[in-house]
Design a binder for this molecule. Structure first.
Ligand SMILES: C[S@@+](CC[C@H](N)C(=O)[O-])C[C@H]1O[C@@H](n2cnc3c(N)ncnc32)[C@H](O)[C@@H]1O
Length: 264
């Protein structure tokens, strides 16, 4: 092999290695800007974090949200960060705070992170990055998982709540969602001892529309909890697999048991 050919072969091999490395460790989608401590605390309060929770901060920066979840709420936390220096800073800070057994940090692209087991996800990214992440959140997170995003929304996925928090220099917005269960389809609904009536539901994120017998239905989901308004009735229940159990109320009448069984 001539020197020239050997040089060319080496250059091609190096380029392929760089491309593979870049695919594995792409650059950050957003630069590091820390959430003020008081605002991170409020994010965890909005999500009602407890010691039972596993909190994932996607794009965890210096680790402050995960460390606060472990230190101040007794939760377990996982920070996912693409910058190895920030991962190292976070691990040191978790050790200094005495929470290294409950606060773990992964050097990883958040778009490939396995979110299994997360009960709370916190974000401080950007609106376009949230939008790119949205299908993964809806696909991988269990119904009932709480998501809080600092300053950035999720386009047409309306938040369940928005809170404004005063930080040291400006006002911050916290957007809150609960991952909805899947309720779309047809159900056989029964109120009290009445006859079964067909309930047809169409779902867009947590919002529900459809019909119950001849009445139009509007409603929403919060995780597995469902609330519907149909005719003069309010139906509230919890979905477990293919059954909803709860109660039906109408103005001036005692509450009745409500059940619905999935038909399709
Ligand atoms: C605005 S900072 C937020 C840091 C921290 N969550 C907080 O609230 O203080 C965003 C962080 O996301 C990281 N990041 C950007 N793109 C990422 C990606 N694809 N995977 C993992 N981390 C990423 C950045 O390096 C940066 O530290």
């Amino acid at each position: 092999m001539t020197r020239r050919l050997a040089g060319l072969t080496l250059a091609v091999a190096l380029l392929a290695a760089c491309t593979a490395l870049r695919e594995r460790f792409p650059g950050p989608d957003v630069l590091f800007v820390a959430t003020p401590e008081a605002v991170s605390l409020q994010m965890l309060k909005v999500a009602a974090v407890t010691a039972e929770d596993l909190v994932f901060d996607l794009g965890s920066g210096d680790g402050r949200v995960v460390i606060a979840a472990a230190r101040d709420f007794g939760a377990r936390g996982v920070g996912v960060e693409i910058d190895p220096k920030l991962v190292s800073v976070s691990r040191d800070a978790a050790r200094a705070a005495g929470v290294e057994s409950r606060a773990k940090f992964l050097w990883q692209d958040l778009f490939v992170t396995d979110l299994t087991g997360a009960t709370v996800v916190t974000l401080y990214l950007r609106d376009d990055v949230n939008l790119k992440l949205r299908p993964k959140l809806l696909r991988e997170l269990a119904p009932g998982t709480r998501v809080v995003s600092h300053d950035f929304d999720m386009d047409d996925w309306e938040p369940d709540r928005v809170e404004r928090v005063r930080g040291p220099v400006r006002e911050h917005r916290l957007y809150f969602w609960v991952i909805p269960a899947g309720a779309a389809g047809t159900w056989q609904s029964r109120v009290g001892e009445g006859a079964a009536a067909p309930l047809a539901l169409t779902q867009r994120f947590q919002m529900l529309t459809g019909s119950l017998g001849a009445d139009a239905v509007r409603g929403r989901l919060s995780g597995r909890r469902i609330e519907l308004a149909a005719g003069g009735l309010t139906l509230r229940g919890v979905m477990r697999d293919d059954i909803i159990e709860g109660e039906a109320t109408a103005a001036g009448a005692p509450a009745l048991r409500w059940t619905a069984r999935r038909a399709s």
